[in-house]
Ligand binder design. Structure first.
Ligand code: PEP
Length: 249
C-alpha cells in the first residue's frame, strides 16, 4: 500500500512574515497521520517554515535548486544548502520552470541525480501541453520525459522519487483533468516505470496528480487506483488545503 502524499506548491508567494501567518492557520488542520503532507515553500521561507512547523508531522520542501555543488553560479542555491536549511523534498521539472526558465530534460535529469545524491526527496513533474493532448500524442511525450528524467537513476533512488503528473492545460486554469483522464496517465506512467525498472519498483513509486486540485475534486481524484495524492498550487495557500488534506472526510 502506497502512502498518499499531498504537497502544496506555494510558487512565488508568501514572504517569511506571511509564511508564519499562513502556517499558523494551516498547521493543526493539515497535521494528519495517514498521508504525507508537504508544504513546498520558496527557498527564502524554509528557515521560517521549519520553525513554524515544529512539533507537527507536516513535511517541508522547496521548489528549486541548481545541480552543481558550489561555486560561481550567482543567484543559485545548492541541494546541500536547502537540505541544511531544513527542506526534505524538492520539486524538479515543474512546467513553469521548463517553460519560463527553459529547463530542459538534460538539466532535469542532472537535478534528479543531484537531489538523490544529496539526500533530498524529489517530486518530479511531467505533463503535456493542450496542443499535445489534442493531437493525441501526449503519452509518447510523457514517456519521453520519464525516460530522460530517470536515465541513470538506480532502483532504490527511483523508489524514493515522487512523480507528479501535471497536464499543463490544467495548471492554474481551474480546468481539472477528469479522474478518468488523470488515472489513465498516472497508470501509463507506472507502466513506463515498470518497463525501465520492474513491476515491483514501479508499484512502490508514488504518483501524484496536479492541476487545479481543490476541496471539491480531491476525493474523487485521490480515490483512483494509480493516483497517490496531489501536487496542489493555488488551493494550497488557502484554508481549502485543510479540506484537501482531509479529503476522505
Ligand atoms: C502546480 O503549481 O503544480 C499546480 C498544480 O497548480 P494549481 O493547483 O494552481 O493548478
Amino acid at each position: 500500500m502506497r502512502k498518499k502524499i499531498i504537497a502544496g506548491n506555494w510558487k512565488m508567494n508568501m514572504t517569511p512574515t506571511e509564511t508564519k501567518e499562513l502556517i499558523a492557520k494551516l498547521k493543526s488542520g493539515c497535521d494528519v497521520k495517514d498521508a504525507d503532507v508537504v508544504f513546498v515553500v520558496p527557498s527564502i521561507d524554509v528557515t521560517t517554515a521549519k520553525a513554524s512547523l515544529e512539533g507537527s508531522n507536516i513535511k517541508l520542501g522547496t521548489q528549486n535548486f541548481y545541480f552543481e555543488d558550489k561555486g560561481a553560479f550567482t543567484g543559485e542555491i545548492s541541494a546541500k544548502m536547502i537540505l541544511d536549511a531544513g527542506a526534505e523534498y524538492v520539486i524538479i521539472g515543474h512546467s513553469e520552470r521548463r517553460m519560463i526558465f527553459k529547463e530542459d530534460d538534460k538539466m532535469i535529469n542532472l537535478k534528479l541525480k543531484k537531489a538523490h545524491e544529496a539526500g533530498l526527496k524529489p517530486i518530479l513533474c511531467c505533463g503535456e501541453s493542450l496542443e499535445l493532448r489534442e493531437a493525441g500524442t501526449y503519452k509518447t511525450f510523457i514517456e519521453g520525459q520519464i525516460k530522460s528524467a530517470f536515465d541513470g537513476i538506480s532502483d532504490s533512488d527511483a523508489k524514493k522519487t515522487v512523480v507528479a503528473y501535471e497536464p499543463i492545460w490544467a495548471i492554474g486554469t481551474g480546468k481539472t483533468a477528469t479522474s478518468e483522464e488523470a488515472e489513465e496517465v498516472c497508470k501509463f506512467i507506472r507502466e513506463c516505470l515498470s518497463k525501465i525498472y520492474s513491476n515491483d519498483v514501479s508499484e512502490e513509486i508514488r504518483i501524484q496528480y496536479g492541476g487545479s486540485v481543490n476541496a471539491g475534486n480531491a476525493k474523487e481524484l485521490f480515490g483512483m487506483p494509480d493516483i497517490d495524492g496531489g501536487l496542489v498550487g493555488g488551493a494550497s495557500l488557502k484554508e481549502d488545503f485543510i479540506k484537501i488534506v482531509n479529503y476522505k472526510e
